[in-house]
Design a protein around this ligand. Structure first.
Ligand code: C2E
Ligand code: CA
Ligand code: CA
Ligand code: CA
Length: 282
């Protein structure tokens, strides 16, 4: 069965079941399917390169979860992460993604510049008391270096004022794990109020990159984010670069890193290094 859920307001999901010709099915049915998939570990993790815009070299990879259906097709996380968050299933799901991503990354071939691994984390996961311990365990089990792991969090987490979440953030920082603010610009944060948190990176949301160069407000936002970030010492990644024009503009604004279909779509981990020229001896 193939499920597609679309969040439509808090607690409501529009779900389509392909066998029933787009008949809406119950959110509970999809929750049950998610649980079943969790027990089967049917969530492949794909990777998208994050590129150094100056050199064109790969600086890191972002891990992006997929849901594999019985017919082999993949469901986009945009279609099931909202329900996973709503039901709390994002906690075990997020752990599976982290462990899988770390184990895959630990086996990456040696390269000149060891790429970092970026993993998305929902606010709900940070609300779990043992979150930082779980990350420490997963790092240890994989042998992947803490300093090469970035966790991508959203602005809303920083403003939740949750003590549990802030404790975990501080512990992770002490472990050397990098923290990136995802989808920057879509929430309430401005760069000045991010100053009080220890952050490493800002990711400019794809919606702003998509507006380059035609929408003046996007040009202005991206330019000013770049200016302030470099003054505040944050590194910046621009999401969703699709054209050379966007790439040129981002470079002219001094944007150091980016990801997008122009470079590569997300792909399964075993395809990343299928290029024969790569050597793994170092
Ligand atoms: P995101 O964190 O903003 O991730 C970037 C999304 O943009 C990915 O979609 C990626 O495939 C897509 N993308 C990258 N470059 C381009 C481009 O040039 N053009 C276009 N049109 N799209 C591009 P994806 O993989 O469908 O993931 C959607 C969202 O689901 C992610 O947005 C993230 O918020 C969430 N997500 C994915 N994996 C996880 C996970 O393991 N845990 C959690 N909590 N959320 C996840
Ligand atoms: Ca992300
Ligand atoms: Ca995101
Ligand atoms: Ca985004």
């Amino acid at each position: 069965a193939m499920y597609r859920a679309k969040a439509c307001g808090k607690g409501r999901f529009e779900i389509f079941h392909k066998d029933f010709h787009h008949k809406a099915v119950d959110a509970m049915e999809m929750e049950a399917a998610l649980r079943e998939a969790l027990s089967q570990k049917a969530f492949p993790v794909w990777f998208q390169p994050i590129v150094d815009l100056e050199t064109g070299k790969t600086a890191g990879f972002e891990a992006l979860v997929r849901w594999q259906q019985t017919d082999g097709s993949m469901v986009s996380p945009a279609d099931f992460i909202p329900l996973a968050e709503e039901t709390g299933l994002i906690v075990p799901l997020g752990q599976q993604v982290l462990e899988k991503a770390l184990n895959t990354a630990a086996a990456w071939p040696c390269m000149e510049n060891q790429p970092y691994l970026a993993v998305n984390v929902s606010a709900r996961q940070f609300e779990e008391k043992g979150f930082a311990d779980m990350v420490a365990e997963a790092l240890k089990a994989s042998g992947f270096e803490a300093a090469r792991l970035h966790l991508e969090i959203t602005e809303s987490l920083l403003f939740s004022q949750s003590e549990t979440a802030m404790d975990s953030l501080n512990r992770l920082r002490d472990m050397g794990v990098g923290i990136a603010i995802d989808d920057f610009g879509t929430g309430y944060a401005n760069l000045a109020c991010l100053r009080k948190f220890t952050l490493n990176q800002i990711k400019i949301d794809r919606s702003f990159v998509a507006g380059l160069p035609d929408r003046p407000e996007c040009m202005e936002i991206v330019r000013s984010v770049m200016e302030l970030s470099s003054r505040m010492g944050f590194s910046v990644v621009a999401e969703g670069i699709e054209t050379n024009k966007q790439l040129d503009i981002l470079k002219s604004f001094g944007c150091p890193m980016g990801q997008g279909y122009l470079f590569s779509k997300p792909q399964p981990g075993d395809l990343l290094f299928s290029h024969p020229a790569r050597s793994s001896d170092c």
